[in-house]
Ligand binder design. Structure first.
Ligand code: SF4
Length: 593
């Protein structure tokens, strides 16, 4: 470690190439060292996603959510400001993060910009929920934090991951300090670089580079830094994005803040991950989901989705501008956002999440009528949603079929995540996740509406409890989604085929036959089980099928590297190879080509 006389506090030089000059070396202060050592790592999290069934969890998880807010000066005061005024607009960020907490509960963080303090950028991040990290339930502490981190611009992040959950270094934003204000920046993103392994190999190939982390976030950090340092003069961030993202394959919605007070919000060329924004007078705000902007006080009509391949730059001198940074491509929005991940109050890419789920319920109702397996006019037949995400579909199905929709399962919001503990403890935890209501279920024929089945443990336990505790006489599972037969390489926590239950019954094509669906029903302990077909997705969302990523239900990926990884994952089937190895194998295969 070197002690810096100028700054009167310790710093380390840190650079992926090892070479540093007095002017161009990256000054990474010791205070920030941990942030540089690790990141909110989608790739790390995948490494820990073992292909055995020890990580059974009924739910799939998003990796992250992003939010940003900026109050420009010289053009009035936004009515959204708190009493403390525009220079403390950062006070609104934690509540925006709360609204997207559904996208990650393990860590949260925020970087703010203020020209009023020596630390132009200041980052707070930690393990825990937004409430815990920002001490929102402690009036004095939250007030002290909001003062310390006050700024006219802020970016923030919520994170989910299956590893490193006790380590604050995995939290984002990821700040990179530098003596040049332009090269001092902080960023966070939602998504995953599918070609992370390749980029890493390429970076390390000459032996002069060193990466202290093993994550795509670190790769992005170095790529931005490298482009900025190689530039002859001042470089526009659109050009930085153009150059860095040329080599990226995957999904990335990002927010970035520089020590010059510039904010950049960008969305990958396929628009896999959502990014919504609003620009109203002096205020700009963006978030992974529209609900965060709606709850700030904006109208639905004011909130827009950032077009794929575009970036918004907020410059303290010139204000707002939006530009394309990547060539136009057919979009591939993740269909799971509408079906499962996003807050039901959100609207993404002009399609309401609630209405999409409602249409899925209508699809289920149509299919049920055709199926004619369950007596629909028997008063003992009721529809029960698996809370909370299946509720809109269950309500719509019930309405269409004129069957009561009853709250037969009460979700225990404090049960925590089922994958944290193994063995019996895991099963016990799955059992405490929902409480069946005997008053509703006893003696009834239940049509149980679920939004997806990824792995089997919690569904097994749930069905047992509906029968044993609830006293239901029949259970007919209806899944408002096609079977998930392929991994996700774009930032969702399901990255090996062996982790998934559906390929074992429906093959890699997800072919739905009566026999295969009945076999799964028998194994899970249901009387019958039916999925929706793949075609129902586009109909329900109201987007052309070829504008959606449906790779996990079709095996057809919207990017070349995704398709390569899938082939490797297929070859690895049954071999207990974990997902991280899949990424390493990609690098090996590509280097041989
Ligand atoms: S593979 Fe599935 S979960 Fe992943 S981005 Fe595509 S649709 Fe979404």
């Amino acid at each position: 470690m070197v002690r810096c006389r100028c700054f009167e506090f310790p710093f380390v030089w840190r650079h992926c190439q090892g070479e540093s000059t007095a002017l161009e070396g990256r000054l990474t202060f010791e205070a920030n060292r941990n942030a540089i050592r690790t990141s909110a790592c989608r790739v790390d999290s995948m490494r820990s996603s073992k292909s055995d069934e020890s990580l059974n969890m009924s739910e799939i998880h998003h990796e992250c959510g992003v939010a940003a807010i900026y109050h420009m000066s010289g053009c009035g005061r936004s009515p959204m400001c708190t009493d403390e005024g525009p220079r403390q607009i950062s006070r609104l960020l934690p509540r925006m993060l709360l609204d997207i907490q559904n996208r990650g509960q393990l860590a949260a963080g925020m970087t703010t910009y203020s020209s009023d303090r020596p630390n132009l950028l200041r980052t707070r991040k930690d393990v825990g929920t937004v409430t815990e990290v920002f001490r929102l339930n402690h009036r004095a502490k939250v007030e002290a934090l909001m003062k310390t981190y006050a700024g006219s611009a802020a970016i923030g992040h919520v994170r989910y991951a299956t590893c490193g959950q006790d380590d604050r270094n995995y939290a984002q934003p990821f700040e990179r300090k530098h003596i040049h204000k332009r090269k001092w920046f902080s960023f966070c993103f939602n998504g995953q670089l599918s070609n992370y392994g390749l980029l890493r190999e390429r970076l390390l190939a000459d032996g002069d580079h060193h990466l202290s982390l093993d994550t795509d976030t670190e790769i992005m950090l170095h790529e931005f830094g490298r482009i900025l340092s190689n530039a002859d003069g001042r470089m526009d961030w659109i050009d930085v994005l153009k150059q860095t993202t040329e080599g990226f394959d995957g999904a990335y919605s990002l927010a970035l803040l520089t020590a010059e007070g510039e904010m950049i919000v960008a969305r990958d060329p396929l628009g896999v991950k959502p990014m919504c924004y609003v620009h109203e007078g002096p205020l700009f705000a963006a978030a992974s989901e529209s609900v965060a902007l709606l709850n700030l006080g904006f109208e639905n009509e004011q909130i827009k989705s950032l077009p794929p391949g575009h970036a918004i730059i907020i410059d303290p001198k010139t204000g707002f501008r939006m530009e394309r940074f990547a060539p136009e491509r057919t979009p591939a929005h993740c269909f799971f956002e509408w079906i499962y991940f996003a807050n039901v109050a959100s609207t993404l890419d002009d399609r309401s999440v609630y209405m999409s789920r409602t249409h899925l319920g209508e699809e289920l109702a149509r299919a049920e009528r055709k199926l004619d397996m369950v007596p629909l006019d028997d008063p003992d037949t009721i529809i029960v949603p698996v809370p909370d995400t299946s509720k809109a579909a269950a309500d719509a199905m019930a309405y269409e079929l004129s069957i009561p929709c009853r709250e037969g399962l009460i979700r225990n919001r404090y049960a925590g995540r089922t994958f944290i503990e193994g063995g019996r403890a895991r099963k016990a935890k799955a059992a405490t996740k929902y409480t069946p209501l005997r008053e509703v279920l006893e003696g009834k024929r239940i049509i149980l509406v679920e939004d997806s089945i990824v792995r089997s443990t919690t569904m097994n336990v749930l069905l047992d409890r509906i029968r044993d505790v609830g006293g239901a006489k029949e259970i007919h599972v209806r899944v408002a989604c096609p079977p998930i037969v392929a991994p996700c390489f774009y930032g969702i926590d399901m990255s090996t085929i062996d982790q998934l239950i559906a390929p074992k019954y429906f093959g890699i094509d997800g072919e739905l036959t009566d026999e295969s669906q009945q076999k799964l029903a028998d194994d899970l302990g249901a009387d019958t089980l039916r999925y929706l077909p793949v075609e129902a997705i586009a109909r329900a969302i109201g987007k052309p099928a070829d504008h959606l990523c449906r790779a996990c239900v079709t095996g057809k990926y919207p990017t070349d590297i995704g398709q390569h990884l899938y082939q490797i994952a297929l070859d690895n089937r049954g071999s207990k190879v974990d997902s991280q190895r899949t990424y390493e194998q990609l690098a090996e295969v590509m280097s041989q080509d």
